[in-house]
Write a protein that binds this ligand. Structure first.
Ligand SMILES: [Zn+2]
Ligand SMILES: [Zn+2]
Length: 319
């Protein structure tokens, strides 16, 4: 729902017609005003008053040693990854609200929890990995603030038009099963079960999961996905160290967002040793309680809860 806001620019009223007259001519708008609008605006004003709680933990990437795999969950699908000194940030969302920006104001959903590391405190990044153009993954205010001449971007097909590409070192789009090298890392896009339209009509946009390979380390970033067999194809004889998997926003959106048990299954299909659950606890996008996904994935892990790499916003993982 957040990802496909139906908000369109309001048509300019014709002369001598009041605004209510104008908008009531549009049947969908009229229906909305009659039925859903009072509840909608009640929710919006409640949401404006609600404070955003601080992240429970604050990662300290400045203490990470150069060698090895280090990760910190900053909230929603934003993960800071460092593999042998190479730094990657997935789907950066640092804004308090996600949605449509109209000048300084953003119409959209407000965070439940603050981002665990302010954007200004991020270490220099080598790569930004963008799974798809939905607003809770592809946050333009955050991406603008991250523009700089040393950071490359890898994104899904037909999404780079949303970026100011010349302000990064390089921007590359990947279709499914295509790979690129970024410094010492090999990045391969793979098919997930989701959709890519940011608004309603731009259904041509791509949506990816990614496999990151650097030295002996292999990490999967699942993006957003429903249950799909495509994670099975990531399994090789080489171990997969970490799978960053979405586990929230499945009720009632199970056709496009997997539930925790399905995320666990897909990570196991890929042969992942550790699972870093994301896409929960940060924005209210669905009906399930915000604490439910993490409880369910811990239950799914059964006798191996140590395979769940993090449980709280701001938590770090090291290997
Ligand atoms: Zn999405
Ligand atoms: Zn999402």
């Amino acid at each position: 729902m957040m990802e496909r806001p139906g908000c369109k620019r309001r048509p300019r009223p014709a002369k001598r017609q009041s605004l209510p007259e104008q908008i009531s001519r549009v049947p969908e708008t009229a229906r909305f005003i009659r039925t859903a609008a009072p509840a909608f605006f009640r929710e919006v004003s409640k949401d404006y008053a609600r404070p955003v709680i601080p992240a429970p933990l604050r990662p300290r990437p400045e203490l990470w040693r150069d060698q090895g795999l280090h990760a910190a969950w900053l909230g929603h699908s934003t993960v800071l990854l460092q593999i042998d000194g190479f730094r990657i940030l997935t789907d950066p969302v640092f804004s308090t609200r996600i949605g449509l920006s109209l000048g300084p104001v953003t119409l959209g959903i407000k965070r439940l929890v603050e981002v665990a590391l302010p954007l200004a405190d991020l270490p220099p990044l080598d790569l930004i990995l963008l799974s798809h153009a939905h607003m809770d993954h592809f946050d333009l205010p955050s991406l603008r603030r991250l523009e700089n001449a040393r950071t490359q971007v890898v994104t899904a097909s037909q999404t780079s038009d949303l970026l100011r590409v010349r302000r990064y070192a390089r921007v590359q789009e990947l279709h499914w099963n295509e790979s690129v090298r970024v410094g010492p890392a090999k990045i391969t896009a793979f098919e997930v079960a989701h959709w890519g339209a940011r608004m309603r009509g731009d259904v041509y946009r791509g949506y990816n999961g990614y496999l990151v390979e650097l030295g002996k380390t292999r990490v999967v970033f699942g993006g957003d996905t429903a249950l799909t067999a495509s994670f099975k194809r990531l399994r090789t004889t080489r171990p997969l160290d970490l799978a960053i998997m979405p586990i929230g926003a499945y009720d009632p959106w199970i056709r496009v967002h997997c539930n925790p048990e399905q995320a666990w299954q897909m990570a196991n299909d890929a042969g992942a040793e550790f699972v870093l659950p994301v896409h929960h606890q940060t924005f209210r996008l669905s009906r399930e309680a915000s604490s439910e996904p993490v409880h369910r994935i811990l239950q799914a892990a059964g006798s191996a809860p140590e395979r769940i790499a993090v449980q709280s916003v701001g938590q770090e993982f090291h290997l």
